[in-house]
Each structure stands twice: as C-alpha cells, then as structure tokens.
Design a protein around this ligand. Structure first.
Ligand code: IPE
Ligand code: IPE
Ligand code: MG
Length: 259
C-alpha cells in the first residue's frame, strides 16, 4: 500500500487504507457508519485512572476514526457522544463530557475545515450548557458549506425522544390542517426526525463488548448491519474501522427479500 505524504514522498505506512478498500474501487463501502463509542470508563478504571481520563483518551480515537472514515470515502460518520440517559451520571463526569466538544473542536476544527468535513448534530441542543452549544454551533456554522465527510455528533440524543418529537410535530401538523393523517407514511415520519436529510446507517459499530442499542437511532437502524467489538473505545484504531468495513462488504443485505 502506497501513501502520498504532504511533502510528496510516497512511502509505505502502517495503518494505510487496505488496497481492497481504496476509494475508486470501494463501491460497497458503507455510505453511513454510526458508532456507539463505549468503554471509556472501563479503559480508565483498568489503568487505575479516573473515568474522565478514559473520555479524554476516547477523543484520540474520535480523531483517528474520523480521518480513517474520510480516507475510506464514507459519506456520513455518526458518533454517539452523549445519550439522553447519560445525564444520570455523576455531575462531575457530565460536566467533563460537556466540556469535551469545546476541547475537541479547539484542537481539531482547523483540520476538519482543511479536510472539507461538515460538522452536524443530532439530539436536543436546548439542554446543553451554553459553552457546549456555542462550540458546536460554531463548528456547524463554519463547516456548513463543506462538501466532504459529514461528521454527525449525537449529543443529548435519544432514539425514543427523537420519535416523541416527530409524533408531536406530526400531530401539530394534523391539528393545523397541514397534513392529512392518511398521508402519514414512513417517509413522513423519517422527515420528522433529526436525520431527515441523511441516509440510514449502513453499518453500526459498538465497542466494549456490550450487545445493545442503548436508545440509539431506533428508527434508522431498522436494516443496518451490526458489528460489535470487544475493544474499549479508546483502544479503537483505524485498522478496526477497516476490519468492520471489510466484514460489512461480505454481508448479504436482503431487506426481507430473496437474494
Ligand atoms: C462511553 O464510555 C462514553 C459515554 C457514554 C459518554 P462509558 O463512559 O460508557 O464507559 P463505560 O461503559 O463505563 O466503560
Ligand atoms: C451509550 O453508552 C451512550 C454513548 C456511547 C454515548 P452507555 O454506556 O451510556 O450505555 P449503557 O448504559 O451501557 O446502555
Ligand atoms: Mg458505557
């Protein structure tokens, strides 16, 4: 595998995109990959560190996986960063997690802009602290014209809450005579979700060995291929994303039909 460096030196690099997954040939590379980034706390505890050290280490994995997804030609990368249930955690941990977007964007925003990445958010921004919201809003604003990878953070996101919002919006539209109940079909529901203009995930990755969805994208994952890893999120590397994508490419997606 050859790799073009910025100084135009071509060289072999570990962790370069495997030949079979390179962009021009990668017709079956998933368009949308969603990741439940789990195991930060256990990663820290195993090292005798406070849980928040795991969250900070997890940011490195976010950076590496974002670059890897871009290298693969993935169009949308959705990262589950904070669920509507994560507010139940101790105040200190929640405060730390709410400071991370700002910290991440402070160091990464320039590179994201250089890479033509567009930052987006799914979830309810209302409940976020002002500093978190400001950092995310700024990243969304300055990358809004970018046409490359969509880096979609699920922040204060819950699948059930998203569906409740959609039901409410549709009920209001019926009440106001803007939509006939008989016209509410799957497309109408999909259009009332945060993801209205995004394709459903093709591939869902969850790290840390947990085999559950934890309220993530309940509508959108209906036909998504699932891939679980025992690795804790801070240990997740670009090679792990490549392995998941290679596995995805061997799957036979039938959508209820026959092959
Ligand atoms: C995932 O790691 C990050 C968030 C949920 C914000 P955890 O913090 O859930 O780590 P574990 O599952 O306790 O190891
Ligand atoms: C899911 O992980 C949420 C995120 C990764 C942001 P959790 O660690 O909160 O999930 P549970 O509690 O194990 O189901
Ligand atoms: Mg967890």
């Amino acid at each position: 595998m050859r790799w073009q460096r910025e100084d135009n030196q071509v060289q072999d690099l570990p962790g370069a995109v495997p030949e079979a997954l390179e962009r021009p040939k990668a017709t079956a590379v998933p368009e949308h990959v969603a990741i439940i980034m789990d195991g930060n706390g256990r990663w820290a505890e195993a090292r005798g560190l406070p849980r928040v050290a795991g969250h900070r280490a997890g940011m490195k994995a976010v950076r590496e996986v974002t670059v890897a997804a871009d290298d693969l030609g993935i169009r949308v990368l959705t990262l589950y960063a904070f669920s509507t249930e994560n507010w139940k955690r101790p105040r200190d941990e929640v405060d730390f997690l709410m400071a991370l977007p700002q910290e991440f964007l402070l160091t990464e925003l320039k590179e994201l802009i250089d890479k033509n990445v567009r930052v987006r958010l799914i979830g309810d921004p209302e409940a976020l602290p002002a500093h978190t919201r400001k950092a995310v809003d700024e990243a969304i604003r300055v990358t809004s014209e970018n046409t490359g990878l969509i880096l979609n953070f699920a922040l204060n996101y819950g699948g059930r809450m998203e569906l409740v919002r959609a039901v409410r919006a549709l009920a209001e539209a019926v009440r106001d005579g803007r939509i006939d109940p008989a016209a509410i079909d799957e497309q109408a529901v999909a259009n009332a979700l945060y993801t209205r203009d995004l394709p459903d995930p093709d591939l869902l990755i969850r790290t840390s060995g947990e085999l559950r969805l934890s309220n993530f994208m309940l509508w959108q994952l209906a036909y998504t291929e699932l891939w679980f890893s025992d690795k804790l999120w801070p240990d997740f590397r670009r090679e792990d994303l490549f392995a998941a994508v290679e596995d995805f490419r061997r799957r036979d997606r039938r959508y209820g039909g026959l092959r």
